[in-house]
Design a protein around this ligand. Structure first.
Ligand code: AVI
Length: 329
């Protein structure tokens, strides 16, 4: 395999961040740990396995929508763009775009270094005509990717409804960063999970095979392996439910008993039943998401959904490029 075919930019998001953010999260009340730390190698593999579970409708539904919408998308975007995939992970969905869109370059952006490098190397091997870049970046902090500064028309691709894992204000901030990255005339193709009946949502985060449970608890295994602490992950249970007031799935790890947890010099106290809040996954109506996108500087240009309206794929364009708009040339 030609490993030199991938240009790598590494901002080194790493262990220092894990320790600092875990300590900060355990100091909060209620306790929490940011979901971006799920994705070490094992966590990324478990997430891949979640995507195969019958209850987790998101992945297969989004893939079906993408298969159908790509020809129309190519008509709207044209070829020769730089395709920037956020949270690229295994880069499977982007393959549905590459053949037909024929971008001039591809940039995979992910916090999980090993996973990013192996998936971009596979893309470079499978698509020898494509210029492939890998950017190991924590884009929940800042989206600065050197290669993107020197390129023409850009399409950002953010599939999987990962936008739902951000608090709404943070989602707006991230999309505003994306708008600045793709610039005037640039686009964002984004997967957004939709509000639906509660049993379907609850089942998707409590699969019968227990993969989501392992994924959630793997966060504690990661902390035990990478940080100095006396944590036993089996002392915590997986708890996931849809909160209809907040419009989100919440995932927690609940302490089975009262205990003390030592981490470095610090000791954290847990009551029996006290939780570490590990993830929110917001679900939106089409209108709610349009409002968020507009706050970030985007206007919706196209919307594709499955027949049951479980999931949506939306093409957003940076406001200011429309003919007649005050910001257009
Ligand atoms: C990555 N993200 C969109 C997933 C979600 O559905 O919020 C992560 C996940 N958590 C539990 N299952 C899947």
């Amino acid at each position: 395999m030609n490993e030199a075919a991938v240009n790598i930019y590494d901002a080194h998001p790493g262990n220092a961040d894990l320790q600092r953010e875990v300590l900060r999260g355990l100091d909060k009340s209620p306790k929490s740990i940011p979901p971006k730390f799920f994705y070490d190698r094992r966590g990324s593999e478990l997430f891949d396995a979640i995507c195969e579970q019958p209850e987790y409708y998101q992945t297969r539904t989004e893939m079906d929508i993408l298969r159908l919408c790509v020809p129309e998308l190519v008509g709207l975007i044209g070829s020769e763009c730089l395709l920037v995939e956020l949270g690229s992970g295994a880069s499977r969905k982007v393959r549905l775009l590459l053949e037909q869109l024929r971008p001039s370059g591809y940039v995979g952006v992910d916090i999980s270094r090993e996973f990013l490098l192996s998936s971009t190397r596979r893309l470079a091997t499978d698509y020898p005509w494509l210029e492939v870049h890998a950017a190991c970046v924590d884009f929940s902090h800042a989206l600065d990717i050197p290669h993107c500064e020197v390129h023409g028309s850009k399409l950002a691709f953010f599939p999987g409804s990962s936008i739902g894992n951000f608090e709404p204000d943070d989602a707006v901030r991230l999309m505003a960063d994306v708008a600045a990255l793709v610039g005037p005339g640039g686009h964002l193709l984004i997967g957004v999970d939709l509000k639906k009946d509660i049993p379907t949502l609850n089942a998707a985060y409590n699969d019968a095979a227990g993969i989501t449970e392992d994924f959630n608890r793997n966060l504690l295994w990661r902390i035990r392996h990478e940080l100095d602490c006396d944590l036993d992950p089996d002392d915590f249970s997986h708890y996931a439910f849809y909160n209809p007031i907040a419009g989100r799935i919440e995932m927690h790890l609940v302490s089975k008993e009262e205990r003390e947890l030592r981490m470095g010099e610090r000791v954290f106290h847990f009551h029996a039943g006290e939780s570490i809040h590990t993830e929110n996954s917001y679900k939106y109506t089409v209108d709610e998401f349009s409002t968020l996108a507009e706050r970030a500087g985007f206007r919706r240009q196209a919307l594709w959904m499955d027949a049951d309206r479980l999931f949506s794929v939306q093409l957003l364009m940076v406001i200011g490029n429309e003919p007649g708009h005050a910001g257009s040339p």
